[in-house]
Design a protein. Sequence first.
Length: 64
Amino acid sequence: MKVNELESVLFSSMDNIQSVIIYSRTEHKEIENGCSAEYAIKNYGEKELLRIQAANNNVVLIIE
């Protein structure tokens, strides 16, 4: 599954920006921390999504 396939279900509301962490399994590190869901989808949309989890009020997207 690609990150951009989350676009219809992962987004910020008018009252709250959904904070996202992008973690690269290949690099074994966070490559974005605290970006918006829209930013994550726009900039990492073509990356392969391996897993989704939560951490400290953030959605963590683990990519290839």
